[in-house]
Every structure is written in structure tokens, then in C-alpha cells.
Write a protein of this length. Structure first.
Length: 283
């Protein structure tokens, strides 16, 4: 059994200005995506030139931030928004949705493809292998914030979390119970790290390898949707659902699983279309 290191979520405080690790995780994600994107630009079939990466990153970053925040409000906190619409602007209190960010990026890629005069899936296939590095960075940010924990377990790598670390850990101890010392939670799954490993590191390795060679149009995008959807669906079985939502059905279905199911289906559809037609990336 492991002990959570209780990392201070504030990386740097300059008077009233506080720079959080979670915010830095987004900057690290965008920087890594920019650098990796420039490497992918060297592929002969790349629809993006190196000098265009900054514009593409700008479009996608807006999609991530705006879509992620709107998605969180729509999928996870709509009642709070109805009660107080200003909650939409209170980003310092946290609350970003991957699925909302994905929708935002899809819209951004569509707009950028239109600007370039190229096909949507040409841009999407280029961007897909860059996304998991952002997921890896973001999940590490969740871990530093001590949020999005899994349920109680006797798994050898389970973690005990100090209850008084922040409101999120206090809520965790209320949900799963306290250890014998009364100061820590019962051992729980570190589901943020599971997601960092699967949706981040492993999915990146798969997509980077798969996307390194010419593939049929839509294949890389389809593999991303399928891979993320399956990994997220599986991890949701051990992750505690948001307390104000709980399980949506069957005493196990979570909002994350509900939103990931269309990704799995569309991923399979895109892969089927890609390999049935065997269209080249330039098609």
C-alpha cells in the first residue's frame, strides 16, 4: 500500500497571484503537442507544414479550453449552472470535461481544415497522435490536485489519502470511509494514474507507431476514438463517480462510460470505413 504524497497544488505564489500545477499541466500539454506536431510535419503525407503548427495549436487550444469548460457544465454541473450562471466563468474552481474538450477540438479542426482548404479527416488524422500527451499531463494534474479517485481496494498499489488535504480528499474520506487512524482514507485506486498510463502513455505509443506510416484516411482518428473509449470505459469501473451524479443506471454505469460509448462505436465505424475503401491520406 502506498501513501499519497500530499503535493501542494500551488506551484508558485507571487503575492496574491498563484500558479497551479494543474494550469502548468495544460501548458506542458500544448508545448508537447506543438513539438510532436512539428515532428509529424516531416512526414511526406502530412497536410500540415511546420510553419502552420502555431495556428493549428491555437485553434485546438481554444477548442480544448472552451469545449472542456462548456462540456463540464453541460455534462456534470448543469444544475449548478442553472442555479448560478456565473459558475461557467469560475474556472479557478476546476471543472473540465475531456468529452467537451474533444467536441471543441473537433469543431476547431473543422474550421482549420476549411481555412486550409483540405479535408477534415486529413487534419484529424494528423492531430490524433498528439492528443494523448495532453491527457497524460492533465491526469497528472488531477493527481496533484488529489481529485478523481477510485473506490476502496486491497490492490497492492492502492493509496491512502490524507483526509484534510483539501475539499476533494475530505469528500473522498466521506465517500469511502477512514482508516483506523482517522486521518487517512481507506486504501483506494489511484485512478488518475491509471488513466495517465492507459489514455496517456500507452495510447500515445500505439498512435505514434500506427501513425508513423501511411494509413487509410480516417484510420488514425478511428483508432484514437476506439482506444480512448475502451480505456476510459474500463477505468470508470474503479473510479468513483461524481457525488452529485452517482451511477446513472444498473448501479455501475457512469457519465464517463455513457459519453465514451459513442466514441467506441464511431471509432469502429471509422476504422471499418477506412479499411473497406482503402483510401490514401491524400484522398
Amino acid at each position: 500500500m502506498l501513501s499519497y504524497p500530499a503535493i501542494d497544488p500551488v506551484a508558485l505564489a507571487l503575492g496574491p497571484l498563484q500558479i497551479h500545477w494543474y494550469g502548468l499541466s495544460y501548458l506542458a500539454a500544448f508545448a508537447a503537442a506543438w513539438w510532436l506536431g512539428r515532428q509529424r510535419c516531416s512526414h511526406p503525407q502530412s497536410p500540415i507544414r511546420r510553419e502552420q503548427m502555431e495556428d493549428l495549436l491555437f485553434y485546438c487550444a481554444l477548442g480544448v479550453v472552451l469545449g472542456g469548460r462548456l462540456g463540464y457544465i453541460l455534462f456534470y454541473n448543469f444544475a449548478g449552472f442553472i442555479h448560478n450562471p456565473l459558475v461557467l466563468l469560475q474556472i479557478w474552481q476546476g471543472g473540465m470535461s475531456f468529452h467537451g474538450g474533444l467536441i471543441g477540438v473537433l469543431i476547431a479542426m473543422g474550421l482549420y481544415a476549411r481555412k486550409l482548404g483540405t479535408g477534415f479527416f486529413q487534419v484529424a488524422d494528423f492531430v490524433a497522435p498528439l492528443v494523448p500527451v495532453g491527457l497524460l499531463s492533465g491526469r497528472l494534474g488531477n493527481f496533484i490536485n488529489a481529485e478523481l479517485w477510485g473506490g476502496p481496494t486491497d490492490f497492492p498499489l492502492a493509496m491512502q489519502v490524507p483526509c484534510a488535504h483539501n475539499p476533494a480528499t475530505e469528500e473522498l474520506c466521506r465517500q469511502v470511509g477512514r482508516a483506523a487512524d482517522g486521518l487517512h482514507s481507506l486504501p483506494v485506486h489511484a485512478s488518475q494514474l491509471y488513466e495517465a498510463g492507459l489514455e496517456g502513455a500507452l495510447l500515445f505509443a500505439i498512435l505514434w507507431w500506427f501513425g508513423a506510416k501511411p494509413r487509410p484516411l480516417r484510420a488514425v482518428s478511428g483508432l484514437f476514438l476506439l482506444g480512448y473509449g475502451l480505456f476510459r470505459f474500463a477505468i470508470e469501473f474503479v473510479r468513483i463517480p461524481d457525488s452529485h451524479l452517482g451511477y446513472l443506471a444498473f448501479d455501475w454505469l457512469t457519465m464517463g462510460q455513457l459519453l465514451s460509448t459513442p466514441m467506441i462505436l464511431f471509432g469502429l465505424l471509422l476504422l471499418g470505413l477506412a479499411y473497406r475503401g482503402q483510401r490514401s491520406p491524400a484522398g
